[in-house]
Design a protein. Structure first.
Length: 362
């Protein structure tokens, strides 16, 4: 599963700079609105020390990490919901994303113009969220018109959907972000059909200058993220864009020298994973060690299907143990000696850090 994150925000808040930092890309970075028209797309490898250690233990010839796709979507502006600033085109790109990375400007730089005025992250967030809410209201009103006919005809389930849809319209009317709710299974199905912008999980990427991690503006964005049911991660966009041009072996040392610690990608990915309920399992051997991404609650047979559909179709069992047990025992033989090697059926719920080998027959 390649997670698709759409990077959104007002023009000139640092979206393309952060995109370049995340994927070592070469998106246009310019001091004017709409320097990005078509979305820049990049795939970033997700660093995972566990995978590196597995490769060492099994002496794997190949290492394949999991990845995350980022789309640098052009800056939204006030009026995007009614087509201003190529808004319809940009909103369509937002709709395709699994999650949103909302870049918020908290840095001061007189050489980088702000399209609205002074730096004010709460105002900027409000402008973007308002446009997404207005677009969703239009979507739901159109759906409501069609649903009313089904309700009058007594179609099964239509009355329940109407109650749910009307509740969404009421929440949006109050300025509530829909992604903060906990929908039932049936409601999740309706939400997938609606493809609502405001139902998507959000990570606020707080773009800061050097040494600005604890400013009042940053704290306000963090508090607002909690209220939205979202997450917030601070990223020094310019610094991390510079770091991304270094050789991979030099990046960690340079970040430590700057007192930053983990890179922005690592923190952003971990936050996105937590928000979306994603986990990682591994397959390992002499030929290849590989990381795979799943949603929490995925069964073993479905996990096998991520590797190949034949594995799910002909699933027999999963040979399983946990990465932590492997490290504690030193090798796979030690895991077996300690009785930590397990045989699991198709309904076993895969855990984060599981190392799995699938038996199948087709």
């Amino acid at each position: 599963m390649a997670l698709n994150c759409g990077i959104i925000g007002l023009p000139n808040v640092g979206k393309s700079t952060i995109f370049n930092a995340l994927v070592s890309g070469k998106a246009v970075v310019a001091n004017y609105p709409f320097s990005t028209v078509e979305p820049n797309i990049g795939v970033a490898v997700i660093p995972d020390e566990r995978l590196v250690r597995l490769t060492q233990i099994f002496k794997s010839k190949k290492i394949t990490p999991t990845a995350i796709e980022f789309r640098d979507i052009a800056g939204l502006v006030q009026g995007s919901s009614v087509g201003e600033g190529l808004g319809n085109q940009f909103l369509g790109q937002v709709r395709e994303a699994d999650a949103l990375v909302h870049v918020v400007r908290c840095f001061d730089n007189p050489d980088v113009m702000h399209v609205v005025g002074e730096v004010d992250p709460e105002r900027d967030i409000g402008l973007i969220e308002t446009e997404l809410m207005l677009a969703d209201l239009q979507t739901l009103e159109r759906r409501k018109d069609k649903l009313e006919k089904k309700v009058r005809a007594g179609e099964a389930g239509s009355a329940q959907e109407m109650a749910f849809l009307s509740g969404l319209i009421e929440r949006l009317g109050k300025g509530e972000w829909l992604g903060s709710g906990a929908p039932s299974v049936a409601e999740q199905g309706w939400l997938r059909e609606y493809q609502l912008l405001t139902a998507k999980p959000v990570v606020f990427a707080v773009n800061i200058g050097e040494g600005q991690e604890e400013t009042p503006a940053v704290r306000r964005v963090s508090d607002l993220a909690v209220a939205r049911g979202a997450r917030a991660v601070t990223i020094a966009g310019n610094i991390e864009a510079e770091v991304s041009t270094l050789a991979s072996d030099d990046r960690a040392d340079y970040l430590r020298e700057l007192g930053i610690g983990e890179g922005g990608l690592v923190r952003l990915v971990r936050t996105a994973y937590d928000l979306l309920g994603l986990i990682t399992f591994f397959t390992a051997g002499e030929t290849e060690s590989r990381a795979w991404t799943l949603r929490e609650g995925t069964k073993a047979a479905q996990a096998a299907g991520k590797i190949h559909s034949d594995m799910e179709r002909g699933f027999i069992r999963a040979e399983a143990y946990h990465y932590n047990d492997l490290i504690a025992c030193g090798n796979e033989a030690g895991v077996k000696e300690k009785g930590l090697f397990r045989l699991e059926g198709r309904d076993y719920l895969v855990k984060d850090g599981d190392v799995l080998f699938f038996r199948f027959n087709v």
